[in-house]
Design a protein around this ligand. Structure first.
Ligand SMILES: Cc1cc2nc3c(=O)[nH]c(=O)nc-3n(C[C@H](O)[C@H](O)[C@H](O)COP(=O)(O)OP(=O)(O)OC[C@H]3O[C@@H](n4cnc5c(N)ncnc54)[C@H](O)[C@@H]3O)c2cc1C
Length: 400
């Protein structure tokens, strides 16, 4: 390997997923010199996602809607209890199913159009430090096995669930087993899939500590996945649970793609910033620890990071103290909700299948009695717990 010269940038962004792609683009649009480094040869590939995203209106705040990466509408959600009774709620237009690889590529394309230098197959292997603050990254270019350094006024870790930037900058540690869900998913082709409804199955036997999802992916296709809590899954890996579910529910479907991955399930970080460095998206633990969903959270996190970095770069003030504005903004926008969902996750681990049957039955009654839009899910869960003896006792930490 031959080390080459040092390059300079205002901001270097590690990872070109949804958070890195959006943030890199927005900073470049402001006129800053931005380098976005992505280790994978092709942005967004392979997909590691169930691909359920927010509404068209929500997404269009970040990137113009392109029908080519939208594959289905989400107008309803249905949750099955272990005894296969269910609760269904219709939410017309609540979300869309996307082709995540094309979506990430579209965000990267938007960033390039705005002037960001997006480089795939360039892996960040370490941070550069000067006087105790982060001042850039070390990079390996996989195409020709050369290395180079980037000196930057600010370094952003948008490197996803396994974030090394967070660890190198001493902001995060290894995710412990109790802090993650392991997940596996097939893209199935066949009959009998929902067309505009996302389906969730819960139960200790089928997905201990997590759930099974069946998400529509257009005509005759669905993403069918399982997330489990690794400590509670005594009957094999997430893939084994997935295999059993698919054999039981869609035995004739053809398996077109398999993916596996981890999803963080933690409370928000105390801080996502250090001197000259900041974490965004799943690197900053932005995803919902209960559902695992993180696409929209990562985009919103990138938006908050952008507001603070724009001012910081203009004033050349990128120390820890200044960047804490981003901690605060994120906490106010989503952090408190994430905290509640983290508690809900802990509570969920305590439920056995009988409890879940009862909760789904009560939720069904509540949802049937409230035809309007439900804006706060914890409110619904609280109502369910209060009307379900026994479950209430297990939920006491969450309610008070
Ligand atoms: C099985 C599964 C199903 C999911 N389903 C859904 C769903 O249906 N809906 C939803 O909203 N969320 C879902 N999620 C979560 C969602 O995918 C994440 O929250 C989201 O991708 C986070 O975006 P991000 O930009 O923070 O990170 P990522 O999208 O993970 O992007 C991080 C990028 O950084 C790159 N990178 C990492 N290290 C380096 C390095 N050293 N140098 C250069 N590049 C690096 C990676 O290659 C990657 O491209 C799912 C996750 C999994 C695992």
């Amino acid at each position: 390997m031959v080390a080459s010269a040092i390059e300079n940038a205002d901001a270097v962004i590690v990872g070109c997923g949804v958070a890195g792609g959006l943030l890199g683009g927005r900073l470049a649009r402001d006129g800053f010199r931005v380098i976005v480094l992505e280790k994978r040869p092709q942005i967004g590939v392979p997909v590691r996602c169930g691909e359920a995203a927010g509404s068209r209106q929500e997404i269009s705040q970040f990137i113009p809607i392109d029908e080519s990466w939208i594959v289905a509408e989400i107008n309803a959600a249905r949750m099955y209890a272990p005894n296969l009774t269910f609760v269904e709620k219709r939410f017309p237009g609540v979300g869309v199913m996307i082709n995540r690889d094309e979506f990430d590529q579209a965000l990267a394309g938007q960033a390039e159009n705005w002037g960001a230098d997006v480089r795939s197959h360039h892996e960040v292997t370490g941070l550069r430090w000067r006087d105790g603050r982060v001042c850039g990254v070390k990079v390996k270019r996989h195409t020709d096995k050369t290395t180079y350094d980037v000196d930057a006024r600010v370094t952003v870790g948008a490197d996803g669930v396994e974030s090394f930037v967070g660890r190198w900058a001493n902001l995060t540690g290894h995710l412990r087993a109790k802090e993650i869900h392991t997940a596996a998913e097939y893209l199935l082709e066949g009959e009998g899939f929902p067309t505009d409804t996302i389906e969730i199955y819960v139960g200790r036997k089928i997905s201990p500590g997590g759930y099974v999802w069946v998400f529509p992916k257009g005509d005759r296709f669905a993403n069918v996945g399982v997330g489990v809590h690794p400590k509670m899954a005594k009957n094999g890996t997430a893939r084994d649970y997935l295999h059993r579910f698919v054999e039981g529910h869609f035995p004739d479907a053809k398996k077109r793609r398999f993916i596996a991955g981890g999803v963080s399930g933690t409370k928000p970080l105390k801080t996502m910033v250090g001197d000259g460095v900041l974490l965004v998206g799943e690197a900053g633990r932005h995803n919902n620890p209960f559902s695992g969903g993180g696409i929209m959270n990562a985009l919103e996190g990138a938006e908050e990071a952008h507001k603070v970095l724009k001012i910081g770069l203009e004033r050349d003030t990128l120390d820890n103290e200044f960047l804490r504005r981003y901690d605060k903004a994120w906490h106010n926008r989503n952090g408190q909700v994430i905290h509640r969902f983290a508690l809900l996750r802990e509570f969920f681990f305590k439920l056995d299948d009988d409890d879940m049957n009862r909760v789904v039955s009560v939720l069904d009654k509540i949802v049937s009695a409230r035809p309007g839009k439900i804006t706060d899910y914890t409110e619904v869960f609280r109502a369910a717990f209060k009307t379900t003896p026994g479950v209430l006792w297990k939920a006491r930490r969450m309610l008070w």
